[in-house]
Design a protein around this ligand. Structure first.
Ligand SMILES: NC(=O)c1ccc[n+]([C@@H]2O[C@H](COP(=O)([O-])OP(=O)(O)OC[C@H]3O[C@@H](n4cnc5c(N)ncnc54)[C@H](O)[C@@H]3O)[C@@H](O)[C@H]2O)c1
Length: 337
């Protein structure tokens, strides 16, 4: 199978590319990635010489490039997006351009090229905050951040291509991921890498926001199943089903690392911050037989170890202007970030 992956130099995309090439000898991948600040060729180091892997530096919102690059692809797995909520609050334009326009351009190119499967990788944030119960795939979308709104819009455009054109789109909505190769502005790698440097971690508000953390390998396994066996036109929630508060998560990680809780510094809550996400994942369990393989504590330990043993991966990123400029805008001139 020839799979076009978008955003394969990012966190989840790169884990997916490695998994697919490792698990399926008959699979070849073209990775379409523009290489924004969040993309990193080091995530796929070692694959450059593989005859089954190729990276094309291109923007998903570029119509002619997408039509050229998708020729001959059997399937598309669409990860490419602007993904950091805090950045979307600082400025939403790039989120709408890449996430909404980019998705529409990619869908059109995939249709024109006769692609027979299109997996749109989405997020649980499209449901908005759920005070109680669990979000089901049929629930209304009530996104609260510009990031989540752009992802919800992309979901709906993707869905419309199935309803209108019968184009075989499958949508996934996954909870918060963690694991190797996640850009250090995101909560978990920020916490772990700051703690490794004995720097403080900024915790939003009262820290009682609930999230359901999924190890990236489990997400990748779910996407592999959805790609091969998911039903076109369907939506699949993907999550671990064990939500915890941000404060619990941060305390757990610091304890695991043998670091003091004095490394937590409270900062004012994020505007529009969703209080609780919770997914009903019974559909993917029932239809595709997926469930998480990694026990949460073990996955946390594996992640902490990965950042501890791969300082050469994240230290240059934290020294880079893109990261420093973001921290200056987000946190002011505070040293700890
Ligand atoms: N990280 C999570 O916890 C999570 C959870 C659920 C869903 N998702 C979704 O999964 C997908 C991947 O998330 P991630 O955390 O790996 O993202 P990431 O920010 O780590 O990587 C995004 C990748 O997309 C590329 N990219 C950005 N704009 C592009 C463009 N216009 N054209 C081509 N490439 C472009 C970047 O260079 C980067 O390699 C996203 O669609 C995100 O919404 C993420």
């Amino acid at each position: 199978m020839r799979v076009a992956v978008t955003g394969g130099l990012g966190f989840i995309g790169s884990n997916f590319v490695r998994h697919m090439l490792g698990k399926h000898p008959g699979c070849s991948i073209i990775n379409i990635d523009k290489l924004t600040y969040a993309g990193n060729p080091a995530n796929l180091r070692g694959l450059e010489r593989s005859p089954r892997y190729k990276w094309a530096r291109a923007d998903v919102a570029d119509t002619s490039a997408m039509r050229r690059l998708l020729k001959g692809a059997d399937a598309v797995v669409h990860f490419a997006a602007e993904t950091h909520v805090d950045r979307s609050i600082l400025g939403a334009a790039e989120f709408v351009r890449t996430n909404v326009l980019g998705t529409q351009v990619l869908l059109d190119a995939a249709r024109a090229c006769g692609v027979s499967r299109f997996v749109h990788v989405g997020t649980d944030e499209v449901y908005g905050s759920v005070p109680r119960g669990k979000s089901r795939e049929s629930d209304n979308l009530l996104p609260n951040s510009p990031y989540a709104a752009s992802k919800a819009a992309a979901d709906l455009v993707a869905r419309s291509y199935f309803r209108t054109y019968g184009f075989p789109v499958i949508i996934t909505r996954c909870s918060n991921n963690f694991g190797p190769c996640q850009y250090p502005e995101k909560a978990l790698p920020l916490l772990v890498t700051n703690a490794l440097e004995d720097r403080r971690f900024p915790l939003y508000g009262d820290g009682r926001q609930m999230r359901d953390w999924l190890y990236v390998q489990d997400h990748v396994l779910a996407l592999d199943l959805v790609l091969r066996r998911g039903r076109p036109g369907e939506i699949y929630n993907i999550g671990a089903g064990a939500p915890i508060t941000n404060l619990e998560l941060v305390s757990k990680v610091l304890k695991l690392m043998g670091k003091p809780s004095s490394l937590i510094t409270r900062v004012p809550d994020r505007p529009g911050h969703d209080r609780r996400y919770a997914l009903d994942c019974s559909k993917i369990r029932r239809e595709l037989g997926w469930k998480p393989v990694y026990e949460f504590e073990r996955a946390l330990r594996l992640s902490v170890e990965w950042y501890a043993h791969n300082r050469e991966w994240w230290e240059p990123l934290k020294r880079h202007t893109a990261y420093k400029q973001y921290c200056a805008r987000q946190y002011g001139a505070k040293k700890e970030n």
